[in-house]
Design a protein around this ligand. Structure first.
Ligand SMILES: [Zn+2]
Length: 447
């Protein structure tokens, strides 16, 4: 996969799509030592560039807005050990420092003045880039031949990295054969687990957006009368603290029981930590155990969310969700921990990605719609309070589940946005047939 270099122009209708693949790595001891040195050297270069700049141009409010470019080579005389590091790791640290200043200049409200990277509180990672070159070799008959090779290569379960050699990976998934490696980031998590993230580039056909496809179908329908309908499977999702989400079809996505077990285990291990003498060797060991468990839980959650999102993306074309400020919600409603930890925001971005890949769309509706208080009959009930699961409507007398009702209202609001959006794109005569949200499908008449 590292063989061919792509300099050719990308054909029309295609694009270079980047995708990262993350694998667990099992470095041998010398490799681990090399990684630790590299993390340190990259951090050193970053800090040196930061120090030289703040000395000359001031820092925080006193910064004069200037940035001097420094290269790692300037520091190798004073710090000869930098020569042992992967030079791309140092170059990328230089680029990081530059970006930190540029970002701060562009948007000081969002990006604070660059900070020094402390040994124990910064992320242990470095990035290295691929270089492809030709090497002369002799074939079996003694003739010289040029072999295409690269400083980074994948072969079986092994990844070759500059100066580190062949690193063992657990390849839980395949990288497509036509994806070209661009760079690799090596990271050590607080638990001590090492991961590599392989960034690849692949020439892919540009997928049309959901609305563009609908517009094209409408155009085609005008020219040729048949096939005027497109069935869209739609759903609304309401974030629910105990269930993660409830759909307008009444499906409640409960976190699996093993997730609870992991969380209970974490609580026990944290209790154990509190009984240990701070910074004793047992304390540090326990800390590492907890870090490992945290990573395990995060991986479990992500895995489960990916699977739930895939199921939804396969089942529906259009999914409507409420654009809630979850941070604000966690603070104000004392749902604190579970709201934050569930990572509904992360779930929505996964869902968005999966829907797009299948030609669907995720619609975010305003968080100020009274989705919980409105009954399907249209009555807005001011007496609905947080914590009420079942609600009886005083206007129509129906009793319903609060979360599912909210999901149905989110679906209604989403469909409204969907229709407006399609109209705005010049698709005339869009009409909805059927009742929403009686079922999970609607017919969209585009003729
Ligand atoms: Zn009602």
């Amino acid at each position: 996969m590292s063989g061919r270099r792509r300099k050719k122009a990308i054909p029309d209708g295609y694009t270079a799509a980047c995708k990262a693949y993350r694998f667990r790595a099992y470095p041998a001891l010398p490799q681990l030592i090399f990684f630790h040195r590299n993390f340190g050297c990259a951090r050193k270069v970053y800090n040196l560039i930061l120090a030289d700049n703040t000395e000359k141009h001031g820092k925080d409010e006193d910064w004069d807005g200037e940035y001097d470019q420094h290269t790692p080579a300037e520091y190798k005389g004073r710090f000869p050990y930098l020569k042992e590091a992967d030079s791309f790791a140092l170059l990328n640290a230089q680029l990081d420092a530059e970006n930190a200043f540029v970002n701060h200049r562009k948007n000081p409200g969002h990006f604070g003045f660059p900070n020094f990277r402390a040994k124990h509180f910064s992320r242990k990672s470095y990035t290295t880039n691929i270089v492809r070159y030709k090497r002369k070799e002799k074939d079996t008959e003694g003739n010289e031949v040029l072999i295409e090779t690269a400083n980074i290569e994948l072969s079986g379960n092994y990844l070759k990295l500059p100066k580190a050699g062949w690193l063992k990976l657990r390849m839980h998934r395949q990288i497509p054969a036509d994806a070209a490696i661009k760079s690799v980031t090596v990271t050590e998590e607080p638990s001590g687990a090492v991961y590599v993230s392989i960034l690849t580039e692949r020439i892919e056909r540009i997928r049309k957006g959901f609305y563009e496809e609908i517009s094209e179908e409408a155009e085609a329908a005008k020219a040729k009368p048949p096939k005027p309908f497109r069935m869209l499977r739609v759903a609304g999702l309401d974030y629910s603290s105990p269930h993660f989400f409830v759909s307008s079809d009444g499906y409640a996505a409960d976190m699996p029981h093993w997730f609870r077990l992991s969380e209970e285990k974490l609580a026990i291990e944290q209790q154990k930590l509190s009984r240990k003498v701070p910074y004793s060797s047992n304390y540090l060991k326990q800390k590492k155990r907890i870090a490992r468990l945290h990573e395990h839980i995060a991986a479990q959650r992500r895995d489960w969310q990916e699977k739930e999102a895939l199921k939804l993306a396969e089942r529906y074309d259009v999914i409507s969700v409420e654009d809630i400020d979850y941070k604000g919600m966690a603070g104000s409603l004392k749902l604190g921990k579970s709201t934050n930890d569930n990572g509904f925001g992360q779930f929505l971005s996964i869902l968005d990605r999966k829907l797009k890949a299948k030609g669907g769309v995720l619609i975010r509706i305003s968080r100020w719609e009274p989705t919980t208080k409105t009954c399907q009959c249209g009555y807005v009930n001011p007496d609905v309070k947080l914590g009420m699961q079942t609600i009886t409507c005083p206007a129509c007398g129906r009793t319903y589940d609060r979360d599912r009702n909210a999901a149905m209202n989110i679906l209604k609001a989403g469909v409204k946005i969907l229709l407006e959006e399609i109209e705005n794109r010049g698709t005339h005569g869009v009409r909805l047939t059927g009742e929403i949200p009686a079922g999970s499908s609607i017919f969209l008449c585009v003729a």
